[in-house]
Design a binder for this molecule. Structure first.
Ligand code: 5GP
Length: 187
């Protein structure tokens, strides 16, 4: 039996990581997380091989040249992120399902490549205004960074219609339940 892919994308600040972590921590489904590669530096607490495979610019380029990526994108200027074939192939052929937390272009790309073997879910903020309030409420970003994130969110929202499903994260519990239901009915 071949496993399936669950692609989850969302603008930053929409609660995507919280939703994914919650579903993974339940541990009730055969779901494994696809660890992406990136050339960005680890944040405090992030572990190589767990959160990401942290690569140097040269290592990332070499792996691109060797055709090791299913997809990769320059998500922020000079910051590359990609899904390694090695993260998907064996596990899929062993029948395991895999969840991918990837940006909008990567999400659309993987869905095109895998067709019915993948479901794509877009987590959407109730509104741009609500997203701005959430980012401001977090208090972790300077105003210009918030403006940048909101601007990027507006761009990312234009990809939502290309996803199989849209989950609006107004109430976190409801969004988690809706996402779980979509995953369960797909796998
Ligand atoms: P962060 O640096 O905050 O961990 O992630 C930034 C963005 O990169 C997020 O939107 C995340 O979904 C995206 N991302 C993480 N891994 C991949 C990947 O393998 N491919 C693509 N296309 N985007 C990714």
């Amino acid at each position: 039996m071949t496993g399936k892919l669950i692609i989850i994308s969302a603008p930053s600040g929409c609660g995507k990581s919280t939703i994914i972590n919650h579903i993974m921590e339940e541990g009730t489904r055969d779901l494994q997380f696809s660890v992406s590669a990136t050339n960005r530096l680890p944040r405090p607490g992030e572990v190589d091989g767990v959160n990401y495979y942290f690569l140097t610019d040269d290592e990332f380029k070499t792996r691109v040249a060797n055709g090791e990526f299913v997809e990769f994108e320059e998500v922020y200027p000079g910051r590359y992120y990609g899904t390694l074939r090695s993260e998907l192939e064996n596990r899929l052929s062993n029948g395991h399902n895999i969840i991918l937390d990837i940006d909008v272009k990567g999400g659309v790309n993987v869905k095109k490549q895998f067709g019915d073997q993948a479901v794509s879910i877009f987590i959407q903020p109730p509104s741009i205004k609500a997203l701005r309030q959430r980012l401001e409420g977090r208090g972790t970003d300077a105003p210009d960074v918030i403006n940048q994130r909101v601007g990027r969110a507006e761009y990312e929202l234009t990809f939502a219609p290309q996803y199989d499903h849209i989950v609006v994260n107004d109430q976190l519990d409801t969004a988690i339940n809706e996402t779980k239901t979509l995953i369960d009915s797909f796998i």
